[in-house]
Design a protein around this ligand. Structure first.
Ligand SMILES: Cc1cc2nc3c(=O)[nH]c(=O)nc-3n(C[C@H](O)[C@H](O)[C@H](O)COP(=O)(O)OP(=O)(O)OC[C@H]3O[C@@H](n4cnc5c(N)ncnc54)[C@H](O)[C@@H]3O)c2cc1C
Length: 456
């Protein structure tokens, strides 16, 4: 079916463009491509001097490194379709040869399969309700009453009810601290259920989805392919400060004092960045409160070169360590380039070689760190968070409002996803859905948007 998207005659006051897209991450790039390919005039306002947002494939440690979003998977339909569309493949992360973990106050080493097996039963119990609460995970509020019945709980609350032996509980806590990239005391239990529901209730497939297959040539390649396929007017260094909207149009003011007018806006800012924008009239209360509260993903991701270790490995520390998960990713001469994750960006300076060496040394004694590379996403004013992990109440309190939009404002992005909230996939999904809604509205169609319909 083709949509007639010829701009309809309108008595509305004239605007500079049909749509202004705020942000050039995966959500914004996707929306801009869809809208501009169908003949609408689109301007993208991006504060940075690059596309990709919270994905950033950059040079570091003598090679290309993903400083932000990295792994993709075939259970993620939107990103998988984009890879197919542009003929871009994936490359696997290396299978770990050995696992290191912390147990009863001491470092242990063993078979990675043994460690996975230790996580199996506790994770099954923790996420047993995933498909019951989220039977159709791309429509997260379909069983609203069920979701509401657990949306006040944190992941830590629910783990505490499992009555696990201390060693199993601690390992499970570290695992979910890794997934949250923040404190499990602040992350919604529904987020754990939702993630696992997206992989048909199988936590191990979900873990595979989160850390196994990278975009060949880097995420920047995919972002660039989408941007190259778009006729949108992309403006870098355009820092949005204020948005005014009414029944007719949207006025966006950037830091240089320029006002951009459009009939619609697609807002793709992370919650923390959204909270910095003056919106008039203000967003509905629940959305405004969610933006001010932000996400629980406030952690860190660091790359470093470890000397004296050459085999790929996986390592788990304690949940409160400044870095508590490590994955040896690229063998590099007499060393290996490692990714580390920690739950609190303020707890460690990601440029401090000795601090990183001290933490990894708890699990691999004598390990020597020779160089580091990282970006502090939490301190970055255009992100303010890493991957979006919702707080209790967000799903049932604010998400439906973001899906509905506010007048001429539409919200797309990983923070507002229907399915893979927190992932590149969710960002692309939002860009597609919101572009289609605007196209449908623009064509004067009265019918509901098929297939990709909003869920709330
Ligand atoms: C360290 C890290 C690891 C991750 N790992 C993975 C992973 O392995 N797999 C995965 O799928 N996902 C991962 N993610 C998440 C994924 O990268 C994001 O969810 C996704 O890229 C978000 O896309 P988006 O378009 O919704 O938002 P963003 O990419 O944040 O795009 C929003 C854009 O808006 C711009 N902006 C913000 N404020 C303003 C302003 N005032 N004016 C103008 N522009 C502004 C920003 O600069 C940005 O370009 C990770 C994220 C991080 C940070």
């Amino acid at each position: 079916m083709s949509l007639n998207t010829t701009p309809r005659a309108s008595s509305a006051r004239p605007t500079e463009v049909d749509v202004v897209v705020l942000g050039a991450g995966f959500a914004g790039l996707t929306a801009a491509r869809e809208l501009s390919q169908r003949g609408l005039s689109v301007r993208v306002l991006e504060a940075r001097d690059r596309i990709g947002g919270r994905t950033w494939y950059a040079d570091g440690l003598g090679r290309g490194l993903e400083l932000g979003g990295t792994w993709v998977h075939w259970t993620q339909p939107y990103v998988w379709a984009e890879l197919a569309r542009y003929g871009i493949g994936t490359v696997p992360s290396p299978a770990p040869a050995v696992a290191h973990w912390w147990e009863a106050g001491a470092a242990r080493s063993g078979d990675p399969e043994e460690l996975l097996a230790r996580l199996d039963e506790p994770n099954r119990r923790l996420t047993a309700d995933a498909r019951r609460v989220f039977p159709t995970p791309f429509r997260p509020l379909e069983e609203r009453a069920l979701v509401e019945s657990v949306d006040h709980e944190t992941i830590a609350d629910r783990i505490a009810t499992l009555d696990l032996p201390a060693a199993d509980r601690e390992l499970l806590e570290t695992f979910w601290t890794l997934n949250v990239n923040g404190s499990i005391d602040e992350a919604a239990y529904t987020q754990a259920l939702r993630w696992v529901a997206l992989t048909n209730g199988d936590w191990a497939v979900n873990f595979e989805a989160c850390a196994s297959y990278k975009v060949e040539g880097g995420t920047g390649r995919l972002a660039q392919a989408i941007a190259d396929d778009s006729d949108a007017d992309l403006r870098f260094g355009a820092v949005v400060e204020a948005i005014e909207h009414d029944d007719d149009s949207v006025r966006v003011t950037t830091a240089d004092g320029r006002v951009h007018t459009a009939r619609h806006a697609v807002v793709t800012f992370p919650l923390a960045a959204l909270s910095r924008i003056r919106v008039t009239p203000p967003l509905p209360l629940a959305m405004d409160a969610a933006a001010n509260e932000g996400q629980a993903g406030l952690g860190t991701k660091v790359w470093f070169r470890l000397e004296g270790v050459t085999e790929p490995f996986v390592a788990f520390g304690e949940k409160d360590w400044p870095l508590n998960f490590f994955q040896g990713e690229y063998p590099d001469g007499d060393g290996i380039i490692v990714i580390g994750f920690g739950p609190d960006a303020r707890a460690i300076d990601p440029t401090d070689v000795r601090a990183i060496e001290e933490v990894i040394g708890r699990l691999i004694p004598g390990a020597r760190v020779t160089a580091v590379e990282a970006h502090d996403w939490v301190a970055d004013e255009f992100a303010g968070e890493t991957w979006p992990m919702h707080r209790p109440g967000y799903l049932t309190g604010a998400l439906a409002g973001f899906h509905a939009g506010d007048g001429r404002l539409r919200f797309a992005g990983a923070d507002y996803a229907h399915g893979w909230g927190g992932f590149i996939d969710g960002a692309i999904e939002g860009g597609l859905i919101e572009a289609r809604r605007i196209l449908t509205e623009n064509a004067g169609a009265q019918t509901a948007v098929p297939l990709l319909a909003a869920t709330a």
